[in-house]
Design a protein around this ligand. Structure first.
Ligand code: NAD
Ligand code: ZN
Ligand code: ZN
Length: 388
């Protein structure tokens, strides 16, 4: 079968690889009908995610038809059409029982991966996302093996087409969780850093939850223009303002700062050139990290929500400001499974139209070109859907 395979930094190719087979009784093999390229795939593509090896198959946003089901699979059967969460969870361990599916302690054999080398279990395995996250082959392929199939795959009603529901695999629940973590409610004001797919899904979900003022920050004007049109947000192009946090404060009611901020950028942020409104005379490093601006732009008692991926340490984080403002901060991988019924209902009722952000449709064969374009933000690229 054909699959998108990593060769090395900025080098992915569609190649012929062996078809996956059932390995456990509760596996299914899925025939992929649609798959997408995620901003998280770009960390892998750029070679900036550890434990990514030549030969790895990428792809964690996908859906399709059950081709084969193991003997212990009871929740779906051959021929069912399902969307698959990018997080692989068992559904029954301590964390899964607490609806913390991304912390499932049974699916990733690594120990304490990415943590400070303490002996706690690693977080859940993810599809196509490095050996740190379990080394499970991804779904940018004609077929994919889905482990723990009684917990993950979510059946889709016939009336909805692939594009309407595909993003339930990742970016839609990620935007939704970001909004819940930000404590957004009717009347809230919110700044969203990053107008990529995750930022856009956050804007859509924030509108659904009744946010009144949404300010989006990016330097890709075409993405900001889209967000303005689709979600009625105010926009700030960080190449055109001297100090982003200050600009947000000026736009906020009473110049207090916004109720909440979402960092939908993460560790691969591009420079703002904005000044850090530092309280103390710290030498602040990595001032381009959006998190610094989030901290500066949020009002006292507000919330910082971080769906953007971080790794390691960020120098110069003003913990003193965090304390002084009495903030709440929450982040992490998305507990996808927990949100699917709510999001399915919202799509079904037309309250969410995630497919609106798709800008490019390509065949799986063209996936390498898709990665290049999405990374370069060429041709006003917002989101690419691939079909095998
Ligand atoms: P993307 O790369 O398409 O979008 C990121 C956007 O941020 C781009 O438009 C870029 O121009 C903008 N940007 C860069 N630096 C900035 C800065 N300093 N300030 C403001 N904007 C800036 O990716 P995406 O698909 O939208 O994903 C965004 C992040 O969310 C990535 O880190 C991705 O790995 C992460 N993610 C996390 C989860 C999760 O479970 N938590 C799920 C999906 C994606
Ligand atoms: Zn993703
Ligand atoms: Zn579990």
């Amino acid at each position: 079968m054909k699959a998108l395979v990593y060769q090395g930094s900025n080098d992915v190719r569609v190649e012929n690889v062996p078809e996956p087979t059932l390995q456990q009784d509760d596996d299914i093999v899925l025939r992929v009908t649609s798959t997408a390229i995620c901003g998280s795939d770009l960390h892998l593509y750029r070679g900036s995610m550890p434990a990514t090896e030549p030969g790895d198959i990428f792809g964690h946003e996908f859906m399709g038809i059950v081709e084969e089901a193991g003997s212990a699979v009871t929740s779906v059967k051959k021929g069912d059409r399902v969307v698959v969460p990018f997080v692989i969870a068992c559904g029954s361990c301590f964390f899964c029982q607490h609806s913390l599916y991304a912390a499932c302690e049974t699916t990733n054999p690594n120990e304490g991966a990415a943590l400070n080398k303490k002996s706690i279990p690693a977080p859940a395995a993810l599809f196509g996302f490095s050996h740190m996250y379990g080394g499970i082959p991804g779904g940018q392929a004609e077929y994919v093996r889905v482990p723990n199939a009684n917990a993950g795959p979510y059946a889709i009603p016939d009336g909805l087409d692939d594009e309407q529901v595909l993003f339930m695999s990742d970016i839609l629940p990620t935007g939704y969780q970001a909004v819940l973590n930000a404590g957004v409610k009717t009347g809230s004001s919110l700044a969203i850093f990053g107008a990529g797919p995750v930022g856009l899904m956050s804007a859509a979900c924030a509108r659904m939850e009744g946010a009144e003022q949404i300010i989006m920050i990016d330097n890709q004007q075409y993405r900001l223009d889209f967000a303005k049109k689709a979600y009625g947000v105010e926009t700030l192009n960080f190449d055109q303002v001297e100090d982003v946090a200050e600009a947000i404060i000026q736009l906020s009611e009473g110049r207090r700062g916004v109720d909440a901020v979402i960092d939908a950028v993460g560790y691969e942020a591009k420079g703002h050139g904005g000044k850090m409104p530092a309280m103390n005379n710290f030498e602040v490093e990595s001032s381009d990290i959006a998190l610094h601006q989030c901290l500066a732009a949020v009002r006292r008692g507000g919330s910082i929500s971080i769906p953007g991926v971080y790794a390691g340490a960020v120098n110069g984080f003003l913990i003193g400001d965090f304390f002084d403002k009495g903030l709440t901060m929450k982040g992490g991988q998305t507990h996808v499974h927990d949100y699917l019924p709510t999001l399915m209902e919202a799509i079904d009722q037309g309250r969410l139209k995630p497919e609106a952000i798709i800008s490019h449709r390509m065949k799986l064969d063209q996936a390498a070109e898709g990665y290049r374009m999405f990374d370069a933000k060429e041709d006003d690229c917002r989101k690419i859907v691939l079909t095998p």
